[in-house]
Design a protein around this ligand. Structure first.
Ligand code: 5AD
Ligand code: SF4
Length: 451
């Protein structure tokens, strides 16, 4: 067992888990390969949040089952949330030709599991209340940004969500250990840290809370920026908001999942806040951090969502004006509470509601970006832009993608540039330190992305 092909699906937590897996495998003398054809083992790190995510993986497993027919010694494994969620179905179905099913708390033993799976099918799907992988060094990807998992699992039990069942109970890593991880990543050249957790701001280690973690990290030399995702509105305490406002490295940017703006829907989702409370948190954030960029997650067509409930969400999007939003159709997930409630919104109607929100949010995002026209932004340079000759790409403090003419800046450096054009998801800037006349301000009407 030498070469492993690892493919990642789903959220940023999974990307971080794959870095953890890569570290575990390398220390055991295994190497990652980019080509499935060269691999002794294929591992898919999967997501179970919506049915569509699982369908994609099942399709991909079909491809690998064919490869395995040509190469019978190949080990094919599924890791992560879907492994935990579908453990029985995956193992019992002979057509899938699966050798290994490993849940989010089984990665420490992965090298051993892979070796065993070469002989007989293996499953490791026990959730472990204490596993944090705090002592394991991840093999981080290239770039300026390091992902640091501060907490695993979730105790919120939103009625639509499978995460508490696939990732188990919430547990935080020790603050000292996290600060050491941030120091180590910074020493290796990373300039931005993104703290990850399913409800990252409910972080606690003894008497220390998430505010303390931000303050402790803010003191790390050579680190330029701190972000986090995703906080839960109910844990957005005054202390956390104050720490965000006072720590100069913590970026003015929050992804604050709303899910719905109808109190009835929020209640049946078990979100533990009302729209009025959410509004108050946004007001507190915006008053403490004036240049704040705000984004969110919304689910449309949840069981029981009426036309009137949906209109509340439309109206709130117009009122709050998020910089961006991830918009989802409700997908009923086995194991969750809401799975047992007969659905009340048809797929067609979910589609219609989703389209309506997408159209509205695109216009708002574009208008929000237009507010940056003519203003200077600080960019953390990430490298060459994907499109466009001699253009660099980076992110502003608000996490907006910025493209600007190459002035020789290296990844990890900061530049101040002036925004001269926008799309709904990119700011286009003039050369750094341009003192000549600023080019005419324009808005480009397409939604193409950069970087
Ligand atoms: N159906 C649709 N969207 C969901 N999300 C979580 N569970 C579901 C589901 N069953 C969304 C929520 C969450 C984001 C990560 O995924 O909006 O914030
Ligand atoms: Fe899922 Fe709710 Fe936990 Fe987020 S807070 S992971 S939506 S249960």
């Amino acid at each position: 067992m030498r070469h492993v092909f690892l493919e990642t699906y789903g959220c940023q937590m999974n990307v971080a888990d794959s870095e953890l897996i890569a570290g575990v495998l390398e220390r055991a003398g295994m190497a990652l390969t980019d080509r499935p054809e060269d691999a002794d083992a294929i591992v898919l790190n999967t997501c179970a949040i919506r049915e569509h995510a699982e369908q994609r993986v099942l399709g991909r497993l079909g491809d690998f089952a064919r490869l395995k027919r040509r190469r019978p010694g190949l080990v094919v494994g599924v890791a992560g949330c879907m492994a935990q969620h579908l453990r029985k179905r995956l193992l019992d179905d002979p057509s899938r030709a699966l050798d290994l099913v490993v849940g989010p708390d089984g990665y420490r033993a992965l090298p051993e599991l892979l070796r065993r799976a070469a002989g007989e099918p293996v499953a490791q799907v026990r959730l472990d209340r204490d596993e944090t992988y705090g002592d394991l060094e991840p093999k981080r990807g290239k770039g300026v940004r390091a992902w640091v998992t501060v907490q695993r699992g979730c105790d919120k039990f939103c009625t639509y969500c499978v995460v508490p069942y696939t990732r188990g109970r919430e547990r935080s890593l020790p603050l000292e250990e996290l600060v050491a991880q941030v120091r180590a990543a910074t020493a290796r050249g990373y300039r931005e840290i993104v703290f990850l957790g399913q409800t990252v701001n409910s972080y606690h280690d003894g008497d220390h809370d998430f505010a303390d973690l931000m303050r402790a990290t803010n003191d790390v030399d050579d680190l330029l920026r701190i972000r986090f995702t995703s906080p839960h509105p109910s844990d957005m305490t005054t202390r956390v908001i104050e720490a965000m406002a006072t720590c100069d490295k913590v970026c003015p940017q929050v992804h604050l999942p709303l899910q719905s703006a109808s109190d009835a829907v929020l209640k049946s989702m078990n979100r533990t806040y009302t729209l009025e409370q959410y509004r108050a948190i946004v007001a507190a954030l915006r008053s403490a951090i004036p240049s704040l960029a705000l984004s969110t997650d919304i689910i449309v067509g949840f069981t029981g969502e009426t036309e009137v409930d949906f209109e509340r969400t439309v109206e709130y999007l117009q009122e709050v004006r998020y910089d961006s939003a991830f918009l989802f159709k409700y997908s009923a997930r086995p194991d969750t509470k809401a799975f047992h409630w007969p659905e009340t919104v048809s797929e067609d109607e979910k589609g219609r509601r989703l389209e309506r929100l997408i159209e509205l949010q695109l216009a708002i995002s574009a208008a929000r970006n237009d507010e940056w026209l003519g203003r200077e932004v600080e960019v953390l340079v990430e490298g060459a832009a994907r499109r466009g000759d001699r253009q660099l790409y980076g992110r502003s403090l608000q996490y907006k993608a910025v493209v600007f003419p190459d002035d020789g800046a290296r990844a990890g450096e900061l530049r101040r540039v002036r925004v001269v054009a926008t799309t709904s998801n990119t700011l286009i800037a003039a050369a750094p330190r341009a003192t000549a006349a600023v080019p005419e301000l324009v808005r480009i009407g397409s939604s193409d992305s950069a970087g």
